[in-house]
Design a protein around this ligand. Structure first.
Ligand SMILES: O=P(O)(O)O[C@H]1O[C@H](CO)[C@@H](O)[C@H]1O
Length: 282
């Protein structure tokens, strides 16, 4: 997508809504209900937006939702794009650039993830402090190809990808909401999927310093940071990864991932609502 092609998508969308949000949300698997915290909603099915990919994964509805929360305008992706769906990585992150041109300054990225850290439990919320972009380390990076400086520089730093002050805000809010017992902080590892990891792969990720694993987010964060959007990353721990060979533990499965997403939707809604209401303080 050229800069100009994103501009024409923007033209299509903005001619259909008067809302101009500065805060974005990406809903993880089973967390599409996060859009329910908004009122005066205007929803656009992805399939009706020119040049937009469509959602193909259960638990990802496929709507771009504009709405308000306590007077603050928000844009929400009810459904994200994964590389394993067959989309190129640059195509998966295209909506981030759409958000940028709409005026988004802060993006709250949520996902469902398996725990690698054995101190984490299902239902915990992991505030992402860093990521390991497993496939991106090879060369499957969303910024690969000709750089357009209107988005950002050729070489983009990532050592400060997960905004420190916003993380402090999330910690404070979690305490206030009495969610701090569920709040963990750690490193998210993005793998390509769609197969879940083998036991040896999980052991490898653990050695590398990963606390949770999933098949999304890192590429989105890279695209967001490239165009100077500040990022909050939140993983809901939906399953414990099997760490030992020949164990009787239940293997990862998408039904469980979606179910846990739904089960803890209220906690996430409370957290995200409070974040949005306080974001201007940082
Ligand atoms: O990262 P999100 O989209 O939340 O979903 C996670 O859950 C799915 C696997 O169950 C994968 O898509 C994985 O990335």
């Amino acid at each position: 997508y050229s800069y100009e092609s994103i501009e024409s998508i923007i033209k299509f969308i903005l001619s259909r809504t008067s809302q101009r949000p500065e805060i974005g949300i990406i809903c993880g698997t089973g967390m599409g209900g996060l859009a329910d915290i908004l009122y005066e909603k205007e929803s656009f099915p992805y399939k009706e937006i020119p040049d937009f990919p469509v959602s193909t994964v259960p638990g990802h509805l496929g709507f771009l939702v504009f709405g308000k929360l306590n007077g603050t305008q928000v844009i929400c992706m009810q459904g994200r794009f994964h590389v394993y769906e067959g989309y190129s990585v640059w195509k998966c992150v295209m909506p981030i650039r759409v958000m940028k041109l709409i005026g988004v300054r802060v993006l709250i990225i949520t996902n469902a993830a398996g725990s690698v850290n054995q101190n984490f439990s299902v239902g915990d919320i992991m505030l992402i402090k860093d990521h390991i972009n497993f496939s991106g380390l090879g060369s499957n990076n969303p910024l690969r190809g000709k750089n357009d400086d209107r988005w950002g520089p050729r070489f983009s730093p990532m050592s400060d990808a997960y905004d420190l002050r916003l993380r402090q805000l999330v910690r404070t809010i979690a305490k206030k909401l009495d969610l701090d017992k569920y709040l963990k902080e750690g490193v998210y590892c993005m793998i390509g999927g769609p197969s879940y990891e083998t036991v040896s792969e999980i052991q490898l990720l653990k050695l590398l310093g990963a606390d949770a694993v999933g098949m999304s987010t890192a590429h989105e964060v890279i695209a967001a940071r490239h165009c100077a959007i500040r990022v909050i990353g939140i993983s809901l721990i939906t399953n414990s990864c099997v760490m030992k060979h020949d164990s009787e533990e239940m293997p990862a499965n998408h039904e469980e991932v979606m179910e846990v997403g739904n089960l803890h939707k209220k906690d996430l809604e409370k957290l995200v609502t409070e974040i949005i209401m306080n974001i201007d303080t940082v």
